[in-house]
Design a protein around this ligand. Structure first.
Ligand code: DX5
Ligand code: ZN
Length: 218
């Protein structure tokens, strides 16, 4: 298994100093910048849009990993691509035609991810897995940072790991929600290779980010 990559979720950053925060996690050894986009409709919270992605883009060379918790997602794919996203991840429930959404993301020259809510089965991926670059297993119900890891999702991570290995292609298996130094090793053992972490990255202020990120790698 390749070394795990860490994707700090800027949902837990100081929004008043976002450029600085993105530079700080970049210097602290993060691999991706995870951007949680919420619309107050698909999930019960509102965060940021393409303008903010564009504003933080010059502050890092890291992969800009944009997690779209919006419905519909299709009308906004072009704007996020133009704003500088490298990965666009969508939830199948956010539109009637997730396969078409994936095709559109790829046509924009971006990596396509599909995210599974805790109640969504791995089977949802059967006819998508050959076309995608990333699977995001949600280990909390999306909407807020700081929630507790749902243990039952470990089985799904294992199932998705098997599906990915069967393709023989390189597909990220990302886990998002409630990742800390206790849950990270369990997610990794189940087959995750990218860990999203908001609370666990940003706790303690910028002086702690490097140690926080290193601790999650185990
Ligand atoms: C939840 C988001 C997550 C969240 C993770 O809707 O997709 O990225 O911010 O936050 P923590 O790491 O605090 O659980
Ligand atoms: Zn996320």
């Amino acid at each position: 298994q390749a070394p795990v990559r860490i994707a700090p979720s800027i949902l837990s950053a100081d929004f008043a100093r976002l450029g600085e925060e993105v530079r700080a996690i970049t210097a602290a050894g993060a691999d991706y910048v995870h951007v949680d986009v919420m619309d107050g409709h698909f999930v019960p919270n509102i965060t940021i849009g393409p303008m903010v992605v564009k504003a933080i883009r010059p502050h890092t060379h890291l992969v800009m990993d944009v997690h779209l918790m919006i419905a519909p997602a299709d009308p906004f794919l072009d704007a996020f691509a133009e704003a500088g996203a490298d990965i666009l991840t969508v939830h199948p429930e956010s539109g009637a035609h997730v396969h078409r959404t994936v095709q559109r993301i790829k046509a924009l020259g971006k990596k396509a991810g599909v995210s599974l809510n805790p109640g969504t089965p791995a089977k949802m991926l059967d006819y998508l897995i050959d076309d995608i670059d990333l699977v995001l297993v949600m280990s909390v119900n999306p909407g807020f940072g700081g929630q507790s890891f749902i243990d039952g999702q470990l089985k799904k991570i294992e199932a998705v790991r098997k599906m990915i290995d069967r393709t023989g292609r390189s597909i990220d298996l990302q886990v998002d929600g409630g990742i800390d130094t206790l849950t990270a090793p369990r997610a990794i053992a189940a087959g995750a290779d990218v860990l999203v972490a908001g609370t666990a990255t940003f706790r303690g202020g910028a002086g702690q980010y490097a140690a926080n990120i290193a601790a999650l790698r185990g």
